[in-house]
Write a protein that binds this ligand. Sequence first.
Ligand code: SF4
Ligand code: SF4
Length: 136
Amino acid sequence: MNFPCTGCGACCRALPAASALNRGDGVCRHHDAVTQRCTIYAERPLICRVDDLYRERLAGQVTRRVYYLLQAQACVALDASNSGMPLEMARQLVMEEGTALSPVDPDSDLEAMASLPPEEAAQGLEQVMTAVQPLL
Ligand code: SF4
Ligand code: SF4
């Protein structure tokens, strides 16, 4: 899975207060305000690497679907221009897992896959936060 990050930089400008990367105003000390890019991209910490974080800390605890959809939802909440991301994630999951879509209405299957029931989302979020807390 390759998370389809748009490079909007919104997550780098909304860090938790406790993050060691936070320069004090929620913005990462490695964020370039002009380009909106990361100045240490190749060496950025694990918490900034969506795919590596899953492989190294969350696989086996949270399903790929829940993890990636939670991440996509967070990107949408941070920047509305990422609104197509949950559907894109559902598309990638279907392709990689070989899930059969309804020949009559494949779009509605994808839309259903792209939404997380609140209970599943809350449980997944708790698992993700427990795993990433030590990395903040
Ligand atoms: S908010 Fe999401 S899409 Fe934007 S840079 Fe961060 S991970 Fe990428
Ligand atoms: S290290 Fe780079 S990717 Fe991580 S929050 Fe800072 S600017 Fe963003």
